[in-house]
Write a protein that binds this ligand. Sequence first.
Ligand SMILES: Cc1cc2nc3c(=O)[nH]c(=O)nc-3n(C[C@H](O)[C@H](O)[C@H](O)COP(=O)(O)O)c2cc1C
Length: 192
Amino acid sequence: MPDANPAALDFLLTRRSRPAKTLAPPVPSRDDLIPLLTAAARSPDHGKLEPWRFIVIKGAAFGRLARLVQERGEALGKSPEDIEKGRAQFDQGHLAVAVIEVQKPSDKIPAIEQSYSSGAVCLALLNAALAAGWGANWLSGWPSHDRTFGEDGLGLTDGERIAGFIHIGTERSAPPERPRPDLAQIVDWVDR
Ligand SMILES: Cc1cc2nc3c(=O)[nH]c(=O)nc-3n(C[C@H](O)[C@H](O)[C@H](O)COP(=O)(O)O)c2cc1C
């Protein structure tokens, strides 16, 4: 039999996000975050390109980003409802890590594999935070796909984009379980 890690498997079988709007202080300190970021950076990465980096958002940065969402939403002609939705995670946020996909030039590794690796980093960070006992949630929203928001708000450069905002804090209420996929619908067993 393989050498099992039942606690890790049990975590993976029961883990679930905590909605960002339900997260409150206290949030992880810099020391608390280091092992979580270390775990996230230990993600599959074809070619060892490290096609990602992290920006930890806290304090006054949230207000600055909320104001930028407002400005960008108005410039893009978005409805007040869409602007409100785009702002919410920054109006309500206490600590978030922006996982930044950093496309590295490569003859061997397709760009999409670097994107997959960035998604893997987001999930690894989310899971590390949950495993450490924090509430955590992976959010995007229209601002995360707006080039100007990324450049002006987070200093992104060419080849960089926001893979996700991982909000981390203290959960105030445990959410009910949500329906999970029916394996019979998504698994094919191919043996010939
Ligand atoms: C790439 C990505 C972006 C997401 N963006 C949002 C978002 O902007 N707003 C939202 O309410 N949920 C968003 N979600 C979904 C939340 O993360 C949701 O809480 C999650 O699917 C719950 O999954 P879990 O219970 O398996 O952890 C996003 C999920 C992914 C993978």
